[in-house]
Design a protein around this ligand. Structure first.
Ligand SMILES: [Zn+2]
Ligand SMILES: [Zn+2]
Length: 162
């Protein structure tokens, strides 16, 4: 029996409006209200508390890339300050910062101008403008998706909260 099963049982009892399901990778799906988890990943219990926090806070899709980082921060704060003491599973702060760094790196790459490498401004969802050279570009969404910058119009993939 995986180490996560007793935690999952407790979470399911405490938060009956959420569904917990083993999946290929941990993520929260706001439309189905399902917390997916992968018992085999490193620090699976910390990640489960984080995904559960997305569910309790009822996080939905974000309208700007910068908002995704805010949602991630909120979910980690809630997991560490509220859920971790409740279930006796303290979460290492360095782990949290490393998780948030992946989003910061992702945002940095997406917001870098493909023409002159200046830092762009996100004007509307996924639409960036370079204040230095005037280049506009569009990016794809979802941290699991390889980052691409399109100079022309492209259809963005569905956003994901991980
Ligand atoms: Zn530029
Ligand atoms: Zn998250």
């Amino acid at each position: 029996m995986p180490a996560t099963s007793s935690l999952i049982k407790k979470l399911a009892a405490k938060f009956p409006y959420l569904t917990f399901s083993e999946g290929a990778y941990a993520h929260w799906t706001p439309t189905e209200r399902v917390v997916y988890y992968n018992s085999n990943e490193p620090h699976a219990e910390w990640v489960i508390l984080h995904e559960t926090a997305h569910g309790i806070l009822d996080h939905h899709t974000y309208s700007r890339d910068i908002e995704l980082i805010k949602l991630e921060r909120q979910a980690w704060d809630y997991a560490a300050e509220t859920l971790a003491p409740l279930f006796g599973i303290p979460i290492d702060n360095e782990f949290i910062e490393a998780q948030l760094d992946t989003y910061r790196d992702w945002l940095h790459i997406k917001s870098t101008c493909p023409s002159c490498q200046s830092n762009g401004i996100e004007q509307t969802k996924q639409q960036y403008l370079c204040p230095h050279c005037g280049q506009t570009w569009q990016t794809n969404t979802g941290i699991n998706v390889g980052i691409r910058r399109f100079k022309q119009t492209a259809v963005p993939a569905a956003p994901k909260i991980k």
